[in-house]
Design a protein around this ligand. Structure first.
Ligand code: FES
Length: 216
């Protein structure tokens, strides 16, 4: 296999910093991702800490998402450990049943499923003007495309994660098992109001379990 050409001279800190500044200036409407759409359902809720707020989310018997604070309003049991029984979240300490509406001091949060990710709106945490929906970039049609969500629990600076996502050069070096022949073709997107924000890359994705490359 031919060695990769070094790209460190092309990876411009100012380009990455500019993209991060533009990303941070976008409105979030107080929406936070809590998990992958396909991981939420069944008899176990998903509970996560989002920007310091414990949140629990699940689906009812109709598949509708229900989200709210992650602590039971009675004595504070962690609801992430409570079962979903016939679409109702039942606290495992003393049996308080939460249907998903406001009840006994428990307040539901707005929740939205965009088909790939599930979002929860935390107005007290976000502090922005709330939006009815998340702000999403244009995506390929779900039918005929591949979506994957990786969930890792940790403590980090969100800006560092976003900056890594906005560094198109690092993929071939930091994730060589996935990205093959990654070339950054254009970093001028977002340089004017007429340009859609984004980078253009040419890359192949390795699918190790299938023994080949998925596409270019
Ligand atoms: S702590 Fe949940 S019912 Fe008592």
């Amino acid at each position: 296999m031919a060695p990769q050409a070094a790209t460190w001279r092309e990876a411009k800190p100012a380009t990455i910093a500019g993209a991060l500044t533009r990303a941070n200036a976008l409105p979030c409407g107080n929406w936070y991702v809590i998990g992958a759409s396909r991981e939420i359902g069944g008899q176990t809720p998903v509970g996560r800490s989002l920007a310091g707020t414990d949140v629990v989310v699940r689906r009812d018997t109709e598949g509708r998402l229900k989200a709210g604070h992650g602590s039971c309003p009675h004595l504070g049991a962690p609801l992430r450990d409570s079962p979903v029984v016939c679409g109702t979240l039942v606290c495992h300490w003393h049996g308080l049943a939460l249907q998903g509406d406001a009840f006994a001091g428990w307040t539901p949060y707005p929740v939205y499923d965009d088909g790939v990710l599930v979002w929860v709106r935390l107005d007290a945490t976000g502090g922005e003007a709330p939006l009815d929906r998340t702000v999403l970039p244009a995506r390929p049609e779900l039918m005929g495309s591949v979506a994957a969500v990786c969930t890792t629990v940790g403590t980090c600076e969100p800006e560092d994660i976003v900056a890594a996502r906005l560094d198109p050069w690092h993929g071939a070096w930091f994730h060589p098992y996935s990205f093959v022949d990654l070339k950054v073709l254009d970093t001028s997107h977002g340089s004017s109001p007429d340009h859609e924000d984004g980078f253009a890359v040419d890359v192949s994705l390795e699918e190790p379990h299938r023994g080949g490359r998925a596409g270019t």
